[in-house]
Design a protein around this ligand. Structure first.
Ligand code: RNT
Ligand code: ZN
Length: 414
């Protein structure tokens, strides 16, 4: 009996079909963020990262050109099992032959190289306008700025990106999720909380007034509780973003680093599923603040995966990763976080959810607790190894040797 056969038999005792779980998982897209590869630097401006987000660490070998970033993405993606989408930011526009376009004038052609890259690999693309790290961010404000020229500039950016999202969807044949997140906020207690939010609302209305194909482009709106240097007030708060999404018929996005420390996104998913056709997630790990550490297989990541799977919402939740760690090998950071997302989803697919729900409804909390705990030591790793084998991804720690070799041959020579 192989290790996998043993695991399969063990899960089968609970009525769980491990083969089916793997089959489902291999088609669940996880959107992987390009910005892990270069500490959110992008290619379109020399500005330092801003917007209240921060990358810490100085690990050598960071990608500084489109070709380097693409090579790194290829390496990382080859070590991650499952279906992937490429998540780009507008700041990753690629200008050729000395041309340049400011953020309000970005065009599909500035992303043609990314489209070619994605098409050659059979991947869809998701997108994010970039409302930070740019000289036109005035006093930490963009779409909520009281300065009309600034606000207009960023509205034009939002519109330009929406057109690019549609171009991605048309070219790749896969829907494009475009996520709007603005850093706008104040360090000090504001004298006017309503004004900035009213302007943000107006700006979003203006952006979304342009026609786009709603069957191919999903607009999401990401909220946040605070940013570095923006501690007292953020314009795009949870209440604002949720209310706006509902009213405008767009999709709310929850980043699990964007809430008060004892609030958990896993508890919010079911409520949002009841009132939205689709919802979107940024999966991250916040350590004491929205630190964007690499995703690990912690309780909350597993709980998030459980909520998606047991509510039968794998095709209603857009799962994206959002972290940026510059203190370890950046390729390894991508791989660890993405493999952990896959592990969390697989372990959720291997739960006897009906049985556990039955215990809850029968008020048999004793058995609900006991079985939940017992499942934690089931031979899950054997199933994950088998999954990796089946989808042609490296098994166990073997992927780290490839990262080491890539560091020696490529990264260390940059
Ligand atoms: C910032 C948000 C946002 C960014 C990316 C780079 O707190 O989480 O999603 O991390 O757009
Ligand atoms: Zn995010």
């Amino acid at each position: 009996m192989t290790n996998y056969e043993y695991a399969k038999a063990k899960y089968a005792e609970l009525g769980i079909n491990t083969d089916l779980a793997m089959d489902i998982l291999k088609d669940v897209p996880v959107s992987i963020h390009c910005w892990q590869g270069d500490d959110v630097s992008g290619f379109d401006s020399k500005e330092a990262l801003s917007g209240g987000i921060q990358t810490t660490g100085n690990y050598p070998g960071k990608a500084t050109t489109p070709d380097e970033l693409m090579a790194d993405i290829d390496k990382a993606f080859s070590l991650i099992p499952g279906k992937k989408k490429l998540n780009l930011h507008a700041s990753y526009a690629i200008f050729e032959g000395g041309e340049y376009a400011n953020r309000d004038a970005l065009l599909p052609k500035h992303f043609a190289k990314w489209v070619k890259f994605a098409k050659e690999r059979g991947m869809g693309i998701d997108f994010n306008p970039t409302f930070f790290a740019h000289p036109n961010v005035k006093d930490n404000l963009t779409l909520s700025s009281p300065d009309e020229a600034t606000r207009k500039f960023w509205v034009e950016h939002g519109k330009a990106c929406l057109k690019i999202a549609e171009y991605f969807a048309n070219e790749t044949g896969e829907p494009c999720v475009i996520n709007y997140w603005i850093p706008d906020g104040y360090k000090e207690i504001p004298a006017d909380r309503l004004g900035p939010r009213a302007r943000f609302k107006k700006s979003l209305d203006e952006i979304l007034s342009i026609p786009y194909d709603k069957s191919k482009v999903y607009v999401t709106l990401e909220s946040k509780v605070f940013g570095i240097g923006l501690e007292s007030y953020t314009v795009g708060s949870a209440e604002f973003c949720l209310s706006y999404s509902t009213k405008a018929g767009i999709t709310p996005l929850m980043d699990n680093g964007h809430y008060h420390p004892t609030e958990v996104v896993s508890d919010k998913i079911s409520s949002l599923l009841l009132f939205n056709e689709k919802i979107a997630l940024h999966v991250t790990r916040s350590v004491r603040w929205d630190s964007d550490h690499v995703v690990i297989l912690d309780d909350e990541t597993r709980e998030i995966a459980k909520e998606i799977v047991r509510n039968d919402a794998l095709n209603r939740v857009f799962i994206a990763l959002d972290y940026f760690d510059a203190s370890v090998n950046r390729i390894a950071a991508w791989v660890v976080g993405a493999r952990n997302m896959q592990k969390a989803l697989l372990s959720a697919l291997l739960l006897p959810s009906e049985q556990l729900r039955g215990y809850q409804d029968d008020a048999n909390y004793t058995k609900m607790l006991a079985l939940s705990e017992e499942l934690k030591t089931f031979p899950f790793g054997e199933v994950f190894d088998e999954y990796c084998k089946r989808v042609g991804a490296p098994v166990g720690m073997s992927w780290i040797d490839e990262v080491d070799e890539y560091e020696r041959e490529v990264l260390s020579k940059r």
